[in-house]
Design a protein around this ligand. Structure first.
Ligand code: FMN
Length: 186
């Protein structure tokens, strides 16, 4: 793994193709991770993202308390962990050990980075209580971003193998892996 910073005005490219994400969060002694497919970039510079974080989730409790989270972009190699952390609550016990999820320490991030991912976006919640309460919708500013340069560099995805592909969630434990890029003339 070759984690490198991504320029903030290029951070939207890490989510532009609509992959499933992992939302990691932390507050005090508690930390957590859940799956989230309802996410999207919403601005270039400063980069902003939107994510739905259900009011009943433990993640929501930690994000409400900390005002921050990390969006991790998982590779196919950890798809089983994506489904697992999206199927149980951290309120009932630490998911990192239970779901075999490894982390990467990063002082500039407000929560653990999840190992086995292609990219990571550190996010600070923009305070919009009405959107939080009415739609479980969180808009956040990206404060730092990183990518595994073996998978994403110079603004482009270049998956070296199938295990490194990002993934898209369908339903019922079914995923699609991201495919090959192709270009068309404008
Ligand atoms: C692939 C997948 C995608 C999901 N997407 C979302 C999402 O976008 N927003 C959300 O609130 N929950 C989503 N969930 C459900 C949460 O991940 C799930 O409720 C999780 O158990 C919450 O964990 P927590 O209580 O530890 O925070 C998704 C689940 C899966 C499996």
């Amino acid at each position: 793994m070759n984690r490198q910073p991504v320029l903030l005005d290029k951070a939207y490219l890490l989510m532009n193709h609509g992959p499933v994400t992992l939302v990691s969060s932390a507050h005090g002694e508690r930390r957590n991770v859940m799956a989230a497919s309802w996410t999207m970039p919403v601005d270039f510079s400063p980069p902003k993202v939107a994510v739905v974080i259900d009011a009943t989730s433990f993640t929501r409790q930690l994000v409400d308390a900390s005002g921050a989270f990390v969006l991790n972009i998982p590779c196919r190699r950890i798809a089983a962990q994506v489904l697992a952390v999206g199927s149980v609550s951290g309120r009932d016990g630490d998911k990192f050990a239970a779901c075999d999820v490894a982390v990467i320490a990063e002082p500039a991030a407000p929560a653990p980075l999840i190992a086995g991912c292609a990219a990571w976006l550190a996010c600070r919640v923009i305070d919009e209580p009405d959107n939080h309460a009415r739609h479980d919708l969180f808009v956040a500013e990206v404060t730092a971003a990183w990518a595994d340069a073996d998978i994403f560099s110079n603004g482009r995805w270049h998956f070296p193998d199938d295990a490194s592909r990002t993934v898209h969630y369908l339903a019922g434990g079914n995923f699609l892996a991201s495919g090959e890029a192709f270009a068309v003339d404008a």
